[in-house]
Design a protein around this ligand. Sequence first.
Ligand SMILES: Cc1cc2nc3c(=O)[nH]c(=O)nc-3n(C[C@H](O)[C@H](O)[C@H](O)COP(=O)(O)O)c2cc1C
Length: 237
Amino acid sequence: MIEGKEIPSDSPKKNPQVLFLYFSFSGQTGVLVNRLAAGLKEQGVEVSFEKLKPVRHLRFPVDGILRTFVMMLTTFCRIRVPIRELSPKCDREYDLIILAGPTWSYNPSGPVLSFLDRYGSEVLGGQEVLPLISCRGYWKLHWWGLRRKLRRCGAHFSNLIAFTHPNPEPWCTIGVFLKIAGKNPERSGFISKHYDRFGHSNKQMEEAWRFGVQIGESLKGNTQLAAINFQTKLALP
Ligand SMILES: Cc1cc2nc3c(=O)[nH]c(=O)nc-3n(C[C@H](O)[C@H](O)[C@H](O)COP(=O)(O)O)c2cc1C
């Protein structure tokens, strides 16, 4: 047991327990988390959720093109977004913590960076962590930086889930930017011919559910999480 952490009160525990610690700005990580959780529950895994809440509410969409540019710039500089206190759920020990959030300008999002600074070692230290990244298409730099931070926190991790938006480039980048700025690229003339939907597809949601089932099987059978292939064509089209 990790020092200072409580063993769940219903110990000896029958079912594996998983905590989803996540932030979602435009809802995409949120839906992936929900589908993964549904797959885990199917396997009898008990799931808890802790959503990281910024002290100052972040409004989606951002109001206008200029504000979106400013947001891109500040996130590129890894400006932290302060978050509220975590709930007591985070004081417990889990079989797995899924740390989920979007990519912001090649980095983890501001609230996740704040979480790692302030609570990383306390909450993730000594625990098995599975990162989940939702992004438009460029997750590798994010993963590279996050991996270093997780190591510093003393977290154990052996695998990663990343989902990229399925739209082709450059329409994906243009569409995401316009969506963040509060426009409707799916409905605006020329762009809508190449960009029909913001975010992850329904097939990717099904894939997230399948990943949840696989993680549940792994936790129950004590097989290695590292052995699961999350880098499928559906997750990373
Ligand atoms: C400020 C900002 C910066 C972003 N930068 C990137 C990026 O560098 N690479 C990328 O692939 N996606 C980037 N995205 C797109 C998001 O990662 C993507 O839309 C993700 O699915 C959003 O997840 P969420 O709805 O949970 O917030 C950015 C989004 C925002 C708001």
